[in-house]
Design a protein around this ligand. Structure first.
Ligand SMILES: CCCCCCCCCC/C=C\CCCCC/C=C/C(=O)SCCNC(=O)CCNC(=O)[C@H](O)C(C)(C)COP(=O)(O)OP(=O)(O)OC[C@H]1O[C@@H](n2cnc3c(N)ncnc32)[C@H](O)[C@@H]1OP(=O)(O)O
Ligand SMILES: Cc1cc2nc3c(=O)[nH]c(=O)nc-3n(C[C@H](O)[C@H](O)[C@H](O)COP(=O)(O)OP(=O)(O)OC[C@H]3O[C@@H](n4cnc5c(N)ncnc54)[C@H](O)[C@@H]3O)c2cc1C
Length: 665
């Protein structure tokens, strides 16, 4: 009971309106309402139970995923849910499965790369689940290097067909989610060959399995690639392997929005940038940024609530011990993660806006913002997923020993989340893409070309290369202009330093290769600047609700000053701030943590997660952690019998043998 009281007391110390913070977090009152309804719908349905997930075998887990996906679809149809509601329902079911790839990549690939005619033919089938699709790009031999894929699609003008073939072992498709067991179709990326010429990678819709009995079609070899990291977790997904032996598909199953092959076999490229082929990845990368804030906020919610419940040391004269949340070290590890969850949420919203804007421009044949979309989605995907993966592990440690139990929810969350650093583009590979664009922008500065969008600050090169921070007290670091200037100067100076070093190499390529570790850091600095800028812009907006703006202001400052403290070396080495100013930033950070402390539990309540979605005995809303932990332990299959299986085979003979030996002595 005492623990329950603890969280009630924590909630009472909040200095802001939690209901209004829920609106700020979700984006609108409508969004809070819909999310609430969908979360409760899932939580109250026994089919969506997930507390036993880590104890299921792979086969049981996969079947459970099929059952949940089918039930979710049934509910979506029965309740006539809107697209927004259906997306949220699937999110709260919270079990990776083939449907993620069907809706998240197969459908967007056809929408983005298919002609109107192709969309008309294929999308209704996909929308009604008459076919199930996946995204088959990566191969055993190549993932990052898309241009290196080996699968071929050779046009045969005699039959008006493409022949899809896997010429080598390394050309086997390897990894696509939903491919292993569930999908009937795939968008397959292959080298288009016509009239004897290789035109590079293009997308093709290929049927893989019979719609009657689900068996692979002739020439198609298919299977699952095997168990993955952690128990439960991403093992619910059937990541697959696929080989083609001269499989024929009609010519009109090449996705022809960007380029076409005529009946005669002539290759025609529309007047659009060829990078639009990568459009589905750009779309998914922006949604992964939004997902980063969800995964991070879940972990932080668990760690904050548990840290308020957990007590260690400090008891005097039999009085209460100290809540671990009151330890300054706990705060300095946890509150930056809380601030990062909010930062990623807001930058994710902005990125979604940018993506929508770019998409509209592309439809009007305006390709000017394509590079900005690529740099922002790639860079933000890389930074937010890396931070989130590390943060989930940090939250596990913040929960002490109990964090290591599956029932804390953290091991599974980590295991599910950590591949986000790899899929949809390895984070290092993506940051190098950002670095390439930064170097291009720096090189154009001399010619007077004004950078735009998130690179616009580089246009202030004369000022930013020599400015000195005016901060002279800890409070000065609360000024957003001081923060903004320091972050801009750091990012620009790091990029310019890299460019200067590269220019001394024998060639641009060699210089880029040699300096790539520094370039990664410059790219991270640029992306952190974007996150800080978008958070500052958010806080400048009108935000209703008692105390809400003030809390967000504090979190924005925590985020910025934490990054400054963590990367102090960059700020000092580039001469943007002095060691004294760095120390003042750290002093202000300590004051901000004290400001966050009484609001911490309410700030995670504002995420509005149900206990079902959190899936953690440590993160329970009521804070009644110990009885739940105790009860959960007894549910383990090992506790089904008092004497374990194997006792008579292995334990008893061992003990008896030793007893016998002893009795002989
Ligand atoms: C139970 C608990 C639950 C807990 C839940 C937690 C949350 C979970 C979150 C779940 C969310 C989603 C689920 C996702 C499921 C995962 C699905 C995964 C799918 C995949 O992985 S699909 C495969 C993805 N593959 C990749 O990303 C490959 C990466 N490689 C590339 O993108 C490219 O090859 C490259 C960019 C690295 C290089 O390409 P290349 O053609 O060689 O180009 P370059 O020479 O480098 O550049 C040429 C020019 O093109 C520009 N460019 C490159 N890319 C793009 C682009 N995308 N858009 C626009 N322009 C681009 C580049 O800048 C160059 O331009 P320039 O010529 O210099 O002007
Ligand atoms: C859970 C999961 C789900 C996936 N789902 C799908 C899917 O549905 N469909 C699909 O098509 N694919 C899918 N993938 C594949 C995924 O997109 C690739 O694994 C990813 O793009 C990374 O490519 P890779 O495996 O070739 O890594 P590699 O490129 O081989 O990376 C290995 C190492 O080399 C480094 N490296 C590579 N290139 C460079 C470079 N130029 N400079 C410096 N360092 C470099 C990387 O940083 C990394 O450290 C999935 C992967 C996972 C893990």
């Amino acid at each position: 009971m005492a623990e329950v009281d603890h969280l009630a007391a924590e909630r009472a110390t909040a200095r802001f309106d939690v209901e209004e913070m829920k609106v700020a977090w979700a984006g609108s009152r409508h969004a809070v309402h819909v999310a609430d309804r969908m979360a409760r719908l899932v939580a109250s349905d026994p089919v969506f139970r997930k507390d036993n997930r880590t104890m299921l075998s792979r086969k049981e887990l996969f079947k459970d995923t099929l059952r949940k996906a089918a039930h979710a679809w049934k509910r979506i149809v029965e309740l006539r849910l809107t697209e927004e509601e259906a997306d949220l329902l699937r999110q709260y079911v919270d079990q990776p499965g083939y449907v993620d790839l069907h809706w998240g990549m197969f459908v967007p690939a056809i929408k983005g790369q298919g002609t109107e005619e192709q969309q008309h033919k294929w999308l209704p089938l996909a929308y009604k689940f008459q076919i199930i699709g996946c995204y088959a790009q990566t191969e055993l031999g190549h993932g990052s290097n898309v241009q290196g894929l080996e699968t071929t699609a050779t046009f045969d003008p005699k039959t008006d067909e493409f022949v899809i073939h896997s010429p080598t072992l390394t050309s086997s498709k390897w990894w696509p989610g939903g491919l292993g067991k569930a999908s009937t179709h795939a968008v397959v990326y292959a080298r288009l060959i016509t009239e004897g010429k290789d035109y590079g990678i293009h997308g093709f819709i290929v049927q893989l399995r019979s719609l009657e009995d689900h068996s692979p079609l002739p020439g198609v070899t298919l299977g699952d690639i095997g168990g993955k990291f952690g128990s439960g977790a991403y093992n619910s997904m059937d990541n697959g392997v696929l080989r083609f032996d001269h499989v024929r598909i009609p010519r009109d199953q090449m996705l022809m929005r960007l380029s076409q092959v005529t009946r005669e076999g002539k290759y025609v490229h529309s007047n659009v940038p060829k990078q639009l082929l990568y459009g589905t990845m750009v779309y998914v990368r922006q949604s992964i940024v939004a997902d980063a804030s969800k995964a991070l906020s879940r972990a932080v919610c668990i760690a904050v609530r548990y840290s308020a419940v957990r007590k260690q040391f400090g008891s005097q004269d039999g009085g209460p011990e100290t809540q671990v949340l009151n330890y300054k070290t706990q705060q300095s590890r946890l509150f930056p993660l809380l601030a990062s969850a909010y930062a990623f949420r807001f930058v994710g919203d902005w990125l979604n806006w940018l993506y929508t804007d770019v998409t509209q421009k592309l439809e009007a044949k305006d390709f000017s913002t394509l590079q900005e979309a690529h740099a922002c989605t790639a860079g933000l995907k890389a930074v937010t997923t890396s931070v989130t993966a590390d943060a989930i592990e940090e939250c596990r440690k913040l929960c002490g020993g109990h964090g290591y139990l599956n029932s804390s929810g953290l091991p599974e969350l980590f295991a599910v989340y950590v591949p986000a650093c790899t899929y949809e583009g390895d984070n290092v590979v993506l940051l190098l893409q950002v670095a390439r664009i930064l170097m291009k922008t720096v090189s154009q500065l001399a010619s007077g070309k004004q950078p735009v969008g998130t690179m616009a600050y580089m246009g202030k090169v004369q000022y930013l290369m020599q400015c000195k921070s005016a901060v002279s007290s800890a409070e000065d670091w609360l000024n957003p202009d001081a923060i903004q200037e320091a972050f801009e100067a750091r990012a620009l100076r790091m990029a310019v330093n890299c460019a200067q070093n590269i220019s001394q190499a024998a060639s641009q390529e060699e210089g880029f290769y040699e300096r790539s570790p520094d370039l990664l850091e410059a790219a991270v600095a640029h992306i952190q600047l974007i996150i800080v800028t978008k958070f500052i812009e958010k806080v400048h907006q009108e935000i209703p609700g008692h105390g809400v703006k003030e809390q967000l202001q504090a979190l924005c400052n925590v985020y910025a000053l934490y990054i400054l403290h963590k990367h102090l070396g960059d700020f000092l080495a580039t001469g943007c701030i002095t060691p004294r100013q760095g120390a003042l930033a750290n002093e202000q950070l300590g004051k901000l943590y004290a400001q966050v402390r009484p609001n911490a539990v309410a700030l995670v309540d504002a995420f509005n997660y149900t206990d079902h979605y959190l899936g953690s005995v440590l993160g329970r809303y009521d804070g009644d952690v110990y009885p739940a932990l105790y009860e959960e332990a007894w549910k383990d299959p090992l506790n089904e019998t008092v004497v374990p299986e194997g006792y008579h085979e292995y334990l008893r003979p061992l003990i008896k043998q030793q007893q016998l030996k002893l009795s002989r002595l």
